[in-house]
Structure formats: C-alpha cells, structure tokens
Design a binder for this molecule. Sequence first.
Ligand SMILES: *Cc1c(COP(=O)(O)O)cnc(C)c1O
Length: 350
Amino acid sequence: MSNSFDLNSLVRANVLKMKPYSSARDEYKTDGRKMTFLDANENPFENGVNRYPDPQQGKLKQLLASQKGVSGNKILLGNGSDEVLDLIFRTFCQPQVDNVITLPPTYGMYKVLAGLNEVEDREVVLKTDFQPNVETILERVDGQTKLIFLCSPNNPTGNSFSEASVEKILKNFNGLVVIDEAYIDFSAEKSWLQRLEEFPNLVITQTLSKAYGLAGIRLGICYASEEIIGILNKIKPPYNVNELTQKRAHDRLSRPEEVSREVEAILQERESLRTNLSKMAFVKDIFPSDANFLLARVDDAAGKYEQLLKAGVVVRNRSNQELCENTLRFTVGTPEENRELIKKLTQLEA
Ligand SMILES: *Cc1c(COP(=O)(O)O)cnc(C)c1O
C-alpha cells in the first residue's frame, strides 16, 4: 500500500459508535441440549418456519466457507447482493459528504444506492476497450472517497477487468475497493477471493442469482476481512436472510455438480448464440463475454428491441449507457429459447 489503510477512519462516526442489535436468537447460544424456547414471542406450534431464522446463518456460512476456502467470519450474507451493497454504502458513506467512484457503463444499482444515500457518484468512464482508466480513477480520489466499485466480469459489457488494473487500484487507494463478482462463475478468470488476505481494503460480492439459478430466493454474499465483516454485521438487520432462503441455498450449494453442469450448458449455448448472431447483417459487433450474456452492437437497437418485443422476446436495450450506443444485451437462455430468439431475428432480417 502506497500510504496507510485505516479502516476505522473510513467508517461513519455514528456506525463506529453503534453496538449490534441483539436479537433473542443472538443472545442464546445453543449448547446442544434440548431447550424450551420462550424468549422470542413466536407462535410455538410447529409448521417448519414458526421460529425466527438464524441471524448469523451459521450452517449456510459453514458450507460456503468450506467450499470457498475462507473462514466464516469473513462472510456476510444478505437479501441479494443489492442489500449487501446498500449495507456497504450505509456503513462507510456519510450522506452529503463522502463520495464513491463507479465506472460506467456498469451495473445500475451503484448509482441508485449512491442517490438513495445522498452520496456523490464520481463516474470515470471505461476506456473504449472496456477496461478501467486507472490513472483517471486515482486522480478523482480525494479525502472523502470511500469506495471504488469494480464490476468484473462487468455488466453490461461482459468483460473482466485486467488483473494489473485491479491490483493497481487496490494498492493505491486507501478506501475500500468493492469487486462485484456476480458473474464470476461463468468466467475463466480467477476470483479475487483467492487474494483476500493480501488486501485489507478488498471487499468482494457474489450472488446466487446468476450461475446458481436462485434469483428468486435473494441471497447475496460479501467476503472481506474479519474487521470489515464485523462492522457490517453491526448494522445488518438481524433476520435479513429468511429461513426458506437459507434452506434452499444450502440444498443447492450441496449439489455443486448440478450448478457446474448448468454453467457448462450456458457457456456452450452462449458460443452458439454468438455464432448465430454474427451471421446476421444487422449485427455489427459482438463483444467478448465472461458472463451469461452477450452485448452486441447493431444497426438500430431501439427498432430491433421493439420488433423483438412485438414478436414476444424481451432483451435489454443498453444504448443509453456510455460507450454502448446501439447495443442490445442478450441473456443466454435454454437451447429452445435461444433458437426462438434466432428464429425471430431471422424473420426481422427477411
Ligand atoms: C445481477 C447482478 C447482481 C445481482 O444482485 P442480487 O441482488 O444478488 O440478485 C449484482 N451485481 C451485478 C453486476 C449484477 O448484474
């Protein structure tokens, strides 16, 4: 680190002073005996979910910890990674005072959360190759810059950021670098999780919403130092991950071969979608992708979007984002869905 990293100086003063809310389920630590629980004002009649969920999601974290090779006290779980990102904003960014840096074109939630929390969003547009402009990013940092968001693989461009760029930012910024790895399971690049120990300012978010196929249960994951996780834990709503979610997530994580099989199928489909799209006259360019979608530059994105919609296929028009003029983002579907897309696009061509 060029200068010194001081975690406590980054935390909002009010949060630094707070003690975590202690829920009934937090106070009582099980010692294995069969107990009678008359502490939390629950309905005592069993139906599977009549009790509050484990506020620290111990069983689920243990499984994740063993699979990912990190200790459980370096993990925080949330109601989707969107909740995790919001917790990070509210822990570190003083409204109307602090600022964050984001790199458009990127995931829209960072800007929404900055707006919601009244935190200035300093945008540093990616270079034309969709890599971070590291010099400009570091120039925009000032004493109130708390967070830099790096989405890698990036949504909507699909590429991963070079290891050298990310490393330079980590080494030259004394705030937190949040790497959003929502698409990491589709990527051949290594997760930054492997280097968590090296960087005290590294925060990684992942999700079960994409490769794991569980967008409906809302489970987001944050990996960081034990100190950072401890502070985030202080302001986390005690029961933010419900019992059904904890169970379904545990079931799915227990069958990693199922997830791998689906990821493999999606990657194969992505490449056949690329081949088919590249044959179409209105497709000018298809960008490399480390994710489960393809960003393509077309002749008339708005027109094609509307025509597809009429034909019953919904894609994403990303044209209003910087560097993304006339682009459509295609999520990779099932083989049938992808055939349907290509068929409809061919009919538009005719
Ligand atoms: C889809 C997506 C997420 C997902 O967030 P969840 O709240 O966990 O569903 C996060 N980051 C990026 C970049 C995404 O594209």
